[in-house]
Write a protein that binds this ligand. Structure first.
Ligand code: AMP
Length: 398
């Protein structure tokens, strides 16, 4: 069966068409600037050149129409007709406490996702628009919602509660939810598979280090803690996000700068992280690595501060699980940036971690980067959230 995986942002729509038998990506692409001037679709059929076309997309329904047009196009298309799309998997950012797993989408699910809009005001409404647009154009194709938060729903109360008055949890569901769950699930599963072990028998720490970044502790196959919180702002220092800060900084900066708390939060989301620490140089780890090599001290400090925070979380989760068998790096930086991995690993001697520098130089592939005598196994496991969504979709519509 061919499964269309959709990931909708407020002005973008990413897609992949995956053949669930071979798990091959038949085509993938991106609609950008939806509802803004200069909207465009970039479509990449497998084994062929990418095509980019500027087309007017007033809304996400237009975008879905263009995606279908491209998928069935005689030249750049990969299927004969719409009938060859058997199901659609939607990435949904926030499932609150309602969803601990993926579900087939119906009116009730849509309503429940809408009720989570408060918790992810930038993401969930966009995800819902994607669902409605697909319903309009492909009303008979079954659809599945796969939640970023679902994998983390197994966290115990002691891990998900904040030290705030309990009534805020009861009234508003203020708690840790965690994100990147599809990736943490996929990577911890694959890590166990590569090692020929059962995930249920392992203590795994997954470091999902991309532009957005989070760490999770997976004990006996279940997530027991994760670094992102009510929103994806908590935890690690990220590309542009601050991660953990003293909450009192919000009102302090608001007073000093004469701005509102929401503007400070905006700065924490968009102008902080390694971008902020490098004085606005870049949020991209390649740029920062190059700059640090050329002697830019702020870039070097940004990278050091970033890796120190990752190492602290690894330490916290080793403590939470009373040990760790496997540390798995994934996502853009985790998969590709051997210096970042080396910096993080340099703090982990107390866990008996020793790194094989030659293996660690590999990028973007499944590889064990610790030495055979390392007490903790350290590995790189490329994530594949789209494939995980396609698998979930198939499982539920079969
Ligand atoms: P993601 O959000 O997972 O796409 O990750 C984006 C981050 O990964 C950016 O900071 C990139 O600099 C980093 N990245 C991607 N490819 C490479 C690479 N080949 N070498 C170093 N960093 C990379």
């Amino acid at each position: 069966m061919n499964i269309l995986v959709i990931n909708c942002g407020s002005s973008s729509l990413k897609y992949q068409l995956i053949d669930s038998d071979s798990e091959e990506v038949l085509a993938k692409g991106l609609c950008e600037r939806i509802g803004i001037s200069g909207s465009a679709i970039t479509h990449q059929p497998a084994g062929k050149d990418k095509v980019t076309e500027e087309v007017k997309m007033e809304d996400h329904t237009d975008a879905v129409k263009y995606v279908i047009e491209k998928l069935v196009d005689p030249e750049v298309g990969v299927v004969g007709s719409l009938e060859e799309i058997g199901a659609i998997g939607h990435r949904i950012v926030h499932g609150g406490e309602k969803f601990a797993g993926s579900v087939v989408i119906d009116d009730e699910v849509i309503k429940a996702v809408e009720e989570c809009n408060d918790l992810a005001p930038l993401h969930n409404p966009a995800n819902l628009i994607g669902i409605h647009s697909c319903q309009k154009i492909m009303p008979d194709v079954p659809m599945v919602a796969v939640f970023d938060t679902a994998f983390h729903q197994t966290m115990p109360k002691k891990a998900y509660l904040y030290g705030l008055p309990y009534e805020y949890y009861e009234k508003y569901k203020v708690r840790r939810y965690g994100f990147h769950g599809t990736s943490h699930d996929f990577v911890s599963n694959r890590a166990a598979e590569i090692l020929g072990k059962k995930r249920e028998d392992l203590k795994i720490i997954v470091c999902h280090l991309g532009n957005g970044a989070s760490v999770s502790a997976v004990q006996n196959g279940k997530c027991v803690d994760t670094s992102m919180g009510l929103t994806p702002l908590e935890g690690l220092i990220m590309g542009t996000r601050s991660g953990d800060i003293d909450p009192a900084i919000i009102s302090f900066l608001a007073d000093k700068e004469g701005i509102g708390a929401d503007q400070v939060i905006d700065i924490c989301n968009k102008k902080s992280g390694v971008l902020g620490l490098s004085d606005g140089l870049s949020s991209d780890f390649r740029d920062l690595g190059n700059a640090a090599e050329e002697g830019n001290e702020k870039a070097a400090t940004a990278l050091e501060t970033w890796s120190y925070r990752v190492a602290k979380y690894v330490g916290a989760y080793a403590a939470a699980m009373n040990g760790v068998d496997v540390i798995a790096f994934t996502a853009g930086v985790g998969e590709n940036n051997f210096l970042a991995r080396k910096q993080v690993a340099s703090y982990l001697g107390y866990l008996g971690v020793t790194i094989d520098d030659k293996e660690n130089e590999k990028r973007g592939e499944e590889v064990i980067i610790s030495t055979p005598d390392s007490k903790t196994t350290v590995m790189v496991v490329p994530t594949n959230e789209e494939l995980a969504i396609a698998r979930e979709t198939l499982r539920l519509v079969k």
